[in-house]
Design a binder for this molecule. Sequence first.
Ligand code: PEP
Ligand code: MN
Length: 348
Amino acid sequence: MIIVMRDNASRSDIDKVAGLMASHNFKIHPVKGGHQTIFGVIGETRSLDTRDIELMEGVSEVIRVSEPYKLAGRAFHPEDTIIDIKGIRIGGDNVVVMAGPCSVENEDQIHIIAGLVSKAGAQVLRGGAFKPRTSPYSFQGLGEEGLKYLRDAAEACNMISVTEVMDTATVDLIAEYADILQIGARNMQNFALLKEAGRINKPIFLKRGLAGTIEELLMAAEYIMAHGNSQVILCERGIRTFETATRNTMDISAIPVINDKSHLPVFADPSHGTGMRDKVAPMARAAVAAGAHGLMIEVHHEPDKALSDGAQSLLPEQFTALMEELKVIAWTVGRNLGNGHDRIQNIV
Ligand code: PEP
Ligand code: MN
């Protein structure tokens, strides 16, 4: 941390700031340049509120030079994290696709969709059993019954599964059935849930909040990691802006920014990011080109009858065509769609 004193700071102002830093056992390196004093402060300064120092007499500016997320950040972990789930490797040079319906609606529906998306190359089956819905009158999910259907459909197709956990009370139940637990946008800063997610030994798929900054997303990941679970996958899923042409504004630039700041895998969800079926493929292609380690995409064989998010669900044939395009885009940016090099060799 750097503290810049004002030109006109008095000796006593400077001594007070130095004294405060010393009282925290921080090492201070004063640099005198012309009339101005600048302190370099070294130590565990994360617990300090920089505003408290900025308000001190004679202080001009306080600048943090290291990130507050030690575990999620790249500074102390330069190499990419790769999370291996039953042989499916997430992170590094792999591009892994999670696909399936918004909600698990019934046993047949999830089995049909699982068959279609796995044939197209998806490795992770998604489907909500506990649904966060804006209206209390909308379909809320099948609960534990949905978890069973999702697990069985994934197993039947040699896939792994991801599903959302909405509260601390259901973490253990969902962990019994699912391979990856999703914390949705609305819960990105549900700190009680993040702590519970830190306690389990299952990967967490953490979505960016509707109004969450990238730093807040990384701090949410830090919560899970600080509580013991280092298997975190981040997901950009669109944020709320003044733009109304799409459901959310898909922040593609978040992908290279996060890749720079964090070693954790970063995914993109263009389905919730755009909210419109015809906008999903362009944003999916853009996300892989921008360096996403994977995608989450909603697919439904009968979107007109879907109980949630039919309008943003791809038809199976659209998903299959997209997967073919994504193989080429992944290869172009030095990545492999799927779990090995064999698919890529088929292209070149
Ligand atoms: C979902 O993936 O089903 C979902 C509700 O996503 P989000 O939390 O991004 O809205
Ligand atoms: Mn959805």
